[in-house]
Design a protein around this ligand. Structure first.
Ligand SMILES: [Zn+2]
Ligand SMILES: [Zn+2]
Length: 130
């Protein structure tokens, strides 16, 4: 993986250095609203190795997740999760190269739309992982 990524318009880009500590899928309604899609695919990386440049803005959800996005085109770049300090979560859609592994777990299966047929990882949670 190149370990770089960018937004739709290209004004925001980022790099990271270490391997992701987690790769997951999420069907929570916040991810659905913010991505406009029935599922989010997310890598979690160490904050120390992450650097972003370009104009971003952020929105803090009720769930205490701060979602940062490009000010110009609105692409979601990264999120910080209050309950998980020291890491940032990145939607795989903004990566320049896709992960060469499969997601390890899926969460919030209870809000997956019924019409969506999808292969889930074997580790699955109805809500947040416990
Ligand atoms: Zn942009
Ligand atoms: Zn989610």
């Amino acid at each position: 993986m190149s370990k770089t990524g960018s937004c739709l318009c290209g004004e925001v880009d980022f790099t990271y250095k270490s391997e992701p500590v987690m790769f997951l899928m999420c069907h929570c309604t916040d991810c659905q609203k913010s991505t406009g899609s029935p599922v989010a695919s997310i890598i979690v990386i160490s904050e120390d190795n992450f650097s972003v440049s370009g104009p971003t803005n952020s929105y803090k959800c009720k769930a205490k997740v701060t979602r940062s996005f490009c000010k110009i085109c609105g692409s979601q770049i990264f999120s910080r999760i209050k309950s998980a300090p020291g890491v940032v979560a990145i939607k795989t859609g903004v990566l320049d190269e896709q992960p060469n592994t499969k997601p390890k777990l899926v969460c919030w299966t209870k809000s997956k739309p019924d019409w969506l047929e999808i292969n889930h990882p074997s580790i699955s949670f109805e809500e947040n992982p416990n």
